[in-house]
Design a protein around this ligand. Structure first.
Ligand SMILES: [Zn+2]
Length: 304
């Protein structure tokens, strides 16, 4: 299928997913599993956008965290992995994760996370942390450019000082490659190794701690290979996160942990469906969809 057809069909697929998951939500007898949520930006971008900024509004984010606080125990990914290894997952755990390392995570999400006692996990594109320019892949439409001139801070990457402050408050950090220039599967093995090595080394130099959790750029099953998993193990990682949809059962491979991406358009009902497992049935459909794309160049469809 052409990438254009794929892009055009995407809203149809999302609408179908919402309907299908409404039904699956009521299926009985599901294994007790813990959800991992994937966020990117949390920011009040109130303008009509030409394309997605992978953003959730701060008010929505607060409602979501309030719900998690009341219904789950929020733990970091490495805590979850330790519980999995010891067979201690109860099913009331949740992991809140953020990819890329946007400064808006510090400005808008961090105060809310502290308020509700949620320890989240953040995955950094290490080369750009501390930069005074936005990440190179953030293309701005007119609204974005206007907003950048008024509120430059919220378009920038985190600084290492902010990372340190968040770590001191119990937040966890891991690596998300050094440059995020492509999915690992689109790089030569040598370049993929360099992305992993450079991010691991930079993280250690800047924070004096070793990253133990990795998040794959783009993150679908087409964006990493077994060879990358071996590289990560060789660098001391305990687990890695994908954007393969659904929650993780006890037999889930630790280097292919599934997550559910939260979108700007998600109502609180959609959010509840996501955390209570309604999207567990969607992974198969996601695989069919991505296989139909027929190429590893998935940047057009996959979330960053
Ligand atoms: Zn990313």
């Amino acid at each position: 299928m052409s990438s254009l057809a794929h892009r055009r069909l995407k809203p149809v697929l999302h609408a179908f997913l919402r309907q299908m998951t409404n039904l699956s939500f009521f299926l009985p007898g599901r294994e007790r599993k813990a959800p991992m949520l994937a966020y990117h930006r949390v920011c009040p971008l109130r303008f009509k956008k030409e394309f997605s900024y992978n953003n959730v509004f701060p008010e929505e984010f607060e409602k979501q965290m309030q719900y998690l606080r009341a219904n789950f125990e929020a733990i970091t990914v490495s805590e979850y992995v330790r519980k999995m290894a010891a067979n201690l997952v109860k099913g009331n755990e949740v992991c809140v994760t953020f990819d890329d390392g946007f400064k808006d995570n510090y400005i808008y999400a961090f105060p809310v996370l502290k308020k509700y006692g949620i320890r989240a996990s953040f995955f950094l594109t290490t080369k750009y942390i501390g930069d005074s320019r936005p990440f190179p892949w953030v293309l701005m439409d007119r609204g974005g450019r206007d907003d950048f001139s008024k509120n430059p801070d919220r378009w920038l990457p985190l600084s290492w000082k902010e990372v340190g402050e968040m770590m001191d408050s119990g937040m966890e950090f891991g690596a998300h490659t050094h440059t995020h220039r492509d999915s690992l599967s689109n790089l030569s093995l040598e370049d993929a190794r360099k992305e992993i090595e450079d991010s691991t080394r930079t993280f250690f130099e800047k924070t004096d701690t070793r990253p133990v959790i990795f998040s794959y750029p783009h993150g679908t099953f087409k964006d990493y290979d077994p060879a990358h998993i071996e590289m990560l193990k060789g660098h001391g990682y305990l687990a890695a996160l994908t954007t393969n949809m659904g929650r993780n059962g006890s037999s889930q491979g630790l280097f292919e942990l599934k997550r559910i991406v939260v979108y700007e358009e998600d109502s609180i009902w959609e959010f509840k469906k996501k955390v209570h497992g309604a999207y567990d049935v969607a992974e198969r459909l996601q695989r069919i969809w991505l296989n139909a794309a027929g190429s590893k160049k998935l940047s057009d469809y996959a979330v960053k």
